[in-house]
Design a protein around this ligand. Structure first.
Ligand code: PMP
Length: 416
């Protein structure tokens, strides 16, 4: 079917089904870093962190289909895939984080993390950052200021902003910690015992703000002092996205109590999870039951294992680190004098904050740049508060030639 026919049919899904671009993209095939649309046009995918080891990665597809044609059932029977997968994944965590619970989506992972935190602390009060997005469930919608007015058991603090100046970062770490401490006091005074500080390890919907090492530690101390726990949301930042390290919390030199992950974990197949220490998981289990029909099913873990194989064998996190260093310099050079407020990020996760230009607002300009780049065959998005930050987050199989294409297209779009 053509695009027109597809758009007409789309109404069946209702108005909440929102798409990128004024003229929606209609891809029919993915391969590596490329998407092909219904007219046979190829696009460099510089946006998609889900197919982390490449669209339709042949090894992942082979593992997935082999398992699907052998056994796929619910998760009430034992299968060795889930045990092997848990061992393999936990090997990428510090030893105190030694239990894995599998879900299907990042939302379910965050939801479960909050339930564990509630069981451990006996509290319900949660602190999040100003424009955070943590998921789609009823609970998480209330915890996600970017979606809706937040609930009475939630307080919002401005996310920390790293700078190049070490003294400024020390100040900012104090400021963030003081805000977090005040938020928990406020919750306590309102009758909500502190439960958790839930935060991205690169503040995504807050405008792609990467924390530098040490920026979050004082806030974590303030959280523990209030009797709450720290939940690191690695749904976007995890699995080597930031280069070298597998997790943003390692970059930030933070020791979270609970870690959640999803998106890239199954290269597109739904698998997500929560990692925490044995004591916390035992406390949770003593208070209630948890069961997830599809979470960690045989196909999900076979797929997830193939993703781990690719990330490990091809050393994709380390490659993302190298590419990221080059990108930093290349972006800086490309955007100089072209109306950009700031370029920030690391590895293969970058935010480029666009400035207003005369009568054109930053939001309008960022949207125009995003569309221009699409016309020139490069996909990214604009997000963050007011959608004025270009979001660049390609599959980790990105190569130097792709980075060069991206930077050239960006420069052209900024000049247009
Ligand atoms: N946390 C963050 C930081 C996210 O970006 C998202 C998804 N955009 C989620 C949680 C929720 O994940 P999912 O859509 O898989 O439920």
């Amino acid at each position: 079917a053509g695009l027109e026919a597809m758009l007409a049919k789309r109404e069946v899904l209702g108005p909440a089904y929102r798409l990128f671009y004024e003229e929606p993209l209609y891809p029919v095939k993915g391969e590596g870093v490329w998407l092909t649309d219904h007219q046979g046009r190829r696009y460099l995918d510089a946006y998609n962190n889900v197919p982390v080891v490449g669209h339709c990665n042949p090894k992942v597809v082979a593992a997935m289909t082999a398992q699907a044609s052998t056994l796929c059932t619910h998760t009430r029977y034992l299968h060795d895939g889930i045990l092997t997968y848990a061992d393999r994944l936990l090997a990428h965590f510090p030893s105190y984080l030694n239990r894995l619970m599998l879900t299907c989506t990042g939302s379910e992972a965050n939801d479960l993390a909050i339930r564990i935190a509630e069981a451990v602390t006996g509290g319900t009060g949660v602190v999040v950052t100003s424009n955070a997005y943590h998921g789609v469930s009823h609970l998480l919608a209330k915890l996600s200021p970017s979606l809706a007015p937040i609930a009475d058991f939630v307080r919002v603090v401005a996310p920390p902003r790293a700078s190049l100046d070490a003294a400024d970062n020390t100040e900012e770490a104090h400021r963030f910690a003081a805000d977090v401490a005040r938020a928990f006091e406020d919750l306590q005074a309102a009758g909500f015992k502190p439960c958790a500080l839930l935060m991205d390890m690169i503040f995504a919907s807050d405008g792609i703000l990467p924390p530098t090492a040490g920026l979050l530690n004082e806030a974590a101390q303030a959280t523990h002092a209030a009797g709450a726990v720290v939940i690191a949301d690695e749904v976007q930042s995890g699995f080597g996205r930031t280069g070298d390290n597998w997790w943003g919390f390692v970059d930030a030199a933070l020791q979270p109590d609970i870690v959640t992950m999803g998106k890239p974990m199954g290269n597109g197949y739904p698998i997500a999870g929560v990692v925490a220490g044995a004591d916390m998981v035992a406390t949770f289990a003593a208070k209630g039951r948890y069961f997830n029909t599809f979470g960690g099913n045989p196909v999900a873990v076979a797929t997830g294992m193939a993703v781990l194989d690719e990330l490990e064998q091809r050393q994709l996190p380390a490659k993302a680190g190298v590419l990221g260093q080059g990108l930093q310099a290349a972006f800086a050079q490309a955007v100089a004098g072209l109306g950009v407020v700031e370029v920030r990020g690391k590895g293969l996760y970058w935010g480029i904050e666009i400035a207003a230009d005369g009568a054109e607002t930053a939001t309008a300009r960022a949207t125009r740049i995003t569309n221009h780049m699409r016309q020139n065959g490069v996909l990214l998005s604009n997000s963050g508060p007011d959608a004025k930050v270009l979001k660049i987050r390609p599959p980790l199989v990105f190569e130097q030639e792709h980075a060069d294409m991206l930077v050239a297209a960006l420069k052209q779009a900024l000049q247009a």
